[in-house]
Design a protein around this ligand. Sequence first.
Ligand code: CMC
Length: 443
Amino acid sequence: MADTLTITDNRTGRQYEVPVTDGTIKAMDLRQIKVADGDFGLMTYDPAFMNTASCRSAVTYIDGDRGILEYRGYPIEQLAEQSSYLEVAYLLLNGELPSEEELKQWTWEITHHTLINENVKKVLDGFHYNAHPMGVFISMVSALSTFYPDAKEIFDEQCRLKQIHRLIAKVATIAAFAFRHRIGMPYAYPDNDLGYTGNFLNMMFKTTELKYEPNPTLERALDVLFILHADHEQNCSTNTMRSIGSAHTDPYSAVAGAAAALYGPLHGGANEAVLRMLTEIGSVDHVPEYVKRVKAGEFRLMGFGHRVYKNYDPRARIIKRVADEVFEATGKDPLLKIALELERIALEDDYFVQRKLYPNVDFYSGIIYRAMRFPVDMFPVLFAIARTSGWIAQWVEMLRDPEQKIARPRQVFTGSARRDYVPLAQRGAQGAAKTTGAASTGD
Ligand code: CMC
């Protein structure tokens, strides 16, 4: 059986044979299909990339129908159980788990890049006290590119690695400082005796004690949450990272752009939206009425549904277990009851069953973050800290991929046909388009 696809163009009666590789055909192979010699050739139309692979990638594997997620071949369940966030970041970037010596060196490098230039702090000080920390985070990461102009040398491996250390280290500091600025607390500087996550908690929550000691249960739980959020193949923000990176932009600007994509409520902003939704529902008795309104199309059930998972999101399953451990240390959050009831009703309801809508990673993560005392608007920032390693791994893979070029989709033009400019005095009250009628007819 040949690995090819035969296409008959019924407009011309001509037949074409195109190769099928890894279950895909190359969109460029369709360009030979023309009605007349001067034609542009056939294109595919795929708004929102519903059925288009934009790259070859060896970083993360997802089987959405079976609820499987693997980083570099390792099941997410095993990594969440046995690994650490920094080790996972190394794995994503390098493709293999580090040896003891490699992990030691990697950890040392990240730990020794956590400080930010004092002038970066001045930029931060310029933000209003109630600025959303995600907006601050995006701006501050972007500002880093001006402090490290060498970051433009993206094809110099050594220089690139230095920016990678800086980025993974400094996103945690920026995130914590954004929070401290917001609540008017002095910045808590990094403590190199602590691990990545413990130090982040130190920078967030240290007050007057001489040495901050993170609660080991909460530190481990946050580390697991970081592992779960580290990468998720070609999602909206990763696609943004690759798209910006394809123009050979420096990695700080590209991560800032990726974080901006993550900010949206349909993506990493969903964890914040879930918490607001649970608070609005207010009590278990209100859940059926809320679900009714979701089904009537008034709004979406936040933290539910996924473009790729048409089964239970494996990350949500792990998070539910982590939640139990956290609540044992912090006491139960009353919103948990509402979330569990919402999940129970939704999983039995035809509307959700038929559309294969299951809880995603964001459904329970917010409740855990809240129990750890993170304010709601910090939730997407926590997601961004963790996803930075995935963005970088995908960016490096793209830079090394000889098939990649500047990302530049095509369009199907639906606008006005060519027309002559109408001077202002001749346009009338409705403007040129209405006066001439040219825009709507398209002739
Ligand atoms: N609540 C109610 N209905 C939904 C939901 C939801 N959360 N999600 C999808 N649907 C319905 C949708 O209305 C549509 O129904 P119909 O066929 O009758 O028009 C059907 O399910 C398919 O939805 P879609 O919009 O075509 O699906 P998509 O793949 O484009 O969207 C999604 C994926 C995640 C944007 C969407 O499920 C959603 O908006 N969920 C809520 C936001 C959320 O939790 N986002 C976090 C995603 S996980 C973290 C991350 O990686 O960012």
